[in-house]
Design a protein around this ligand. Structure first.
Ligand SMILES: [Ca+2]
Length: 436
């Protein structure tokens, strides 16, 4: 009797499984197949990739390097937490806001393992040393070491802050440059999302065209199953998606984008957007993009990134592209499954890039028109901003436009943005005096 019951249960289970499979559409099946058979052919790819890329070794070390650097800095060397941090009034110093105390100690100390760079934008702690000693080079390791001493030294020495002045000249919109890379998932499940992206692209680009902002775009996919695919631009996208083309014929430009952004659904089901972005920059950043532009990465995927290196490795790589300008010149957006409820659709690795570059994380299943409008507006705010070379102590800023004090601005990290109606005229001199 017992045996019969077991057999019946087994049969019932079999039917459930069988119907479950039939119920899947083709794409889902492939996705499931991949997830449940991690050693299916698709999985052999990374081994190969690792080989041709050679990146794995490098990355491992580099990244590890920054981690180490980070913690050494804050932690041991200058005793960030010991010295400046808590005890000595680091907090007075401005600790609070620009992370004076936080700088020396905890934050830079490498919580985030990229210490200098990562924190750079956000908490400013790292910024201090970062900029000063060229930490902007992206590496925890580079900037990190001196960061600690600078910050910690200042704090502990009872010489709280330094004065600093940045000067800028307002440029015309047509001289505001942004280079944008779209990294779009082309695995089986992405067809609808690509169509939404295409259909709502106008929301993203309209103001860029109206204002005459100098942009360049490129599109690649998350397919890194072979070296020739990884980071390769969608043919024609680099040449046709430029401000020059858009200003010449906006409608044709938008149509072209719509065609190119629908990258298809035949790509590898092992999505590796972060890796693809790295390779895309390797291929085109020097040749196609501009050294004095802002760099924006837009990741679009319904599944977690499966690139071989650590998130910090990729962040460092992206920031390195603008090391000569500062971390504020790179921003990453992630259009992902923010309402993810099941395994596979997480997005922590993409989120890491957005969170550490001042970018945002948006819902792939949301209203694409508003999602793209939000990103477009955010990019415009960014390129309308003046990026300070240090992270100021809050409340210490004195902003002058052609010598006259202005209070019509807001500060986001190190990005100073004038309020609507108070944007300095082209050619105006902007002087920002502050303590850091
Ligand atoms: Ca997929």
């Amino acid at each position: 009797m017992k045996t019969l019951t077991n057999e019946l249960s087994f049969r019932a289970l079999f039917f459930v499984l069988a119907f479950g499979l039939v119920g899947c559409n083709k794409e889902e099946f492939y996705e499931k197949e991949y997830l449940e058979n991690p050693f299916a052919p698709e999985m052999e790819v990374p081994e190969t990739d690792g080989g041709w890329d050679g990146g794995s070794t490098v990355g491992g070390n580099t990244d590890g390097g920054s981690t180490v650097g980070g913690s050494t800095v804050g932690g041991n060397t200058d005793g960030g937490s010991t010295v400046g941090g808590n005890t000595d009034g680091g907090s007075t110093v401005g600790g609070n806001t620009d992370g004076g105390s936080t700088v020396g100690g905890n934050t830079v100390g490498g919580t985030t393992d990229g210490g200098s760079t990562v924190g750079g934008t956000t908490d400013g702690g790292s910024t201090v040393g970062g900029t000063t000693d060229g930490g902007s080079t992206v590496g925890g390791s580079t900037g990190g070491t001196s960061t600690g001493s600078t910050a910690g030294g200042t704090v502990g020495g009872g010489n709280p802050v330094s004065d600093w002045t940045d000067s800028f000249t307002q440029v015309a919109d047509s001289d505001k440059k942004v280079d944008i890379a779209w990294i779009v998932d082309n695995s089986g499940s992405m067809g609808d999302d690509q169509a939404s992206l295409a259909n709502n692209f106008d929301s993203f680009i309209r103001n860029f065209i109206t204002r005459g902002i100098d942009f360049k775009m490129g599109i690649t996919t998350t397919d890194c199953s072979t070296a020739d695919k990884c980071g390769a631009a969608v043919p024609g996208s680099l040449e046709s998606l430029t401000a020059v083309q858009a200003n010449g014929n906006p409608q044709a430009f938008i149509s072209t984008f719509k065609a190119h952004i629908q990258v298809g659904t035949n790509g590898s089901s092992r999505e590796r957007g972060l890796f693809a972005a790295e390779k895309f920059l390797d291929r085109y950043a020097q040749a196609h993009y501009r050294s004095d532009s802002r760099l924006v990465l837009v990741f679009v995927s319904d599944e977690e990134d499966q690139s071989p290196q650590s998130t910090q490795y990729y962040l460092n790589r992206y920031l390195a592209e603008k090391a000569h300008l500062g971390a504020d010149y790179v921003r990453a957006y992630s259009i992902v499954k923010t309402n993810c409820q099941t395994a596979g659709c997480q997005f922590a690795r993409y989120a890491y890039q957005s969170n550490n570059t001042g970018g945002s994380i948006l819902n792939l299943d949301g209203n694409f028109a508003s999602t793209l409008t939000e990103i477009g507006t955010d990019i415009q705010n960014l390129i309308d901003s003046f990026s300070l070379s240090q992270t100021p102590v809050a409340g210490s800023l004195e902003v002058r436009v052609n010598g006259v004090i202005s209070t019509q601005w807001t500060l986001d990290g190190r990005n100073l943005k004038f309020n609507q109606g108070h944007v300095p005229a082209v050619g105006a001199n902007i002087q920002v005096k502050y303590q850091y």
